[in-house]
Design a protein around this ligand. Structure first.
Ligand SMILES: Nc1ncnc2c1ncn2[C@@H]1O[C@H](COP(=O)(O)OP(=O)(O)OP(=O)(O)O)[C@@H](O)[C@H]1O
Ligand SMILES: Cc1ncc(CO)c(N)n1
Length: 266
């Protein structure tokens, strides 16, 4: 069994963060482990509280995982502060972790800031250079590339710029402002588009967490980055297309959409 570690924040409503990651990793056939960076009190309408884990406790969680069940891939999501970013970077180097996927979480779907403004420098300095691939959405890619993104050409310019500065592959997701389902990757000097059919579903809470965990799971299983992204896109399209509708705001997806036949009675 391949193993995936998610280092991220908890989402009490279960649609994003650690909970989305664990569901996704399991649905993609891997064993899921977690190191929690923060508790968030949130639901489909918004975030009402955040309590960060201490750096010591985060380091202990990472030691506990790495010294026992070594992860084949890692997904890093919400990390709100510089101190925690530095703990993660140090542990990843210490244990020489492989297949690191960084979802550069900055603002939640509901509009809540999930990283301190002054931690973005540490994210750039410490985490991006050790990532195999990072998955910014358009607003995040604008911050990282220090440019405005208006169209698909700008998306290509941004991923190339970020990749050249930080030495990682960059997948910019189109789910915000430009198109909903087309993402672009810059990796090893090449540009690759991943075209997805836009699914008419307002329930997109946790799409970013889900995509990055699905990519990490596929890397753990030995797929190369291109195929890992294709498989991850197919998975998220299935989860969105299921059309589950929970909560009063932008609801979660059905991460277990392809397990439905096993529970046909309920
Ligand atoms: N309506 C949609 N139909 C099909 N695919 C979608 C749709 N919305 C988003 N996606 C896909 O979902 C994935 C995640 O993209 P998105 O831009 O929503 O992430 P994000 O903004 O980081 O998510 P989050 O809101 O959780 O932070 C991408 O592959 C994107 O193309
Ligand atoms: C804990 C957590 N991580 C990431 C996101 C981004 O969607 C969120 N809403 N909550």
């Amino acid at each position: 069994m391949k193993t995936v570690l998610t280092i991220a924040g908890s989402d009490s409503s279960g649609g994003a963060g650690i909970q989305a990651d664990i569901k996704t990793i399991m649905a993609n056939g891997c064993y899921a482990m977690s190191a929690i960076t923060a508790l968030t009190a949130q639901n489909t309408l918004g975030v009402t509280g955040i309590q960060e884990t201490t750096p010591e406790m985060l380091a202990l969680q990472l030691d506990a995982v790495f010294t026992d069940i070594r992860p084949d891939a890692i997904k890093i999501g919400m990390v709100a502060s510089e101190k925690l970013i530095r703990v993660i970077a140090d542990k990843i180097k210490e244990y020489q972790a492989e297949h690191v996927v960084v979802d550069t979480v900055m603002i939640s779907t509901s509009g809540h800031r999930l990283i301190d403004e002054d931690a973005i420098g540490a994210l750039k300095e410490c985490l991006l250079p050790i990532a195999e691939v990072i998955t910014p959405n358009i607003p995040e890619a604008e911050v990282l590339a220090e440019m405005t993104i208006r169209d698909e050409q700008d998306m290509v310019r941004a991923v190339e710029k970020i990749s050249k500065v930080y030495g990682c592959a960059v997948l910019c997701k189109g789910g915000h402002s430009i198109n909903d389902a087309n993402d672009v990757l810059y990796s090893d000097g090449k540009v690759n588009w991943y075209y997805g059919k836009r699914i008419d579903n307002p329930n997109t809470h946790g799409t970013g967490c889900t995509l990055s965990s699905a990519i990490a799971s596929n890397l753990a299983k030995g797929y190369k980055i291109d195929e890992a992204i294709r498989n991850a896109k197919d998975y998220i399209s299935g989860a969105l297309a299921d059309g589950m509708d929970l909560g009063h705001g932008s609801g979660p997806m059905n991460h277990g959409f392809d397990l439905k036949s096993r529970f046909a009675e309920s």
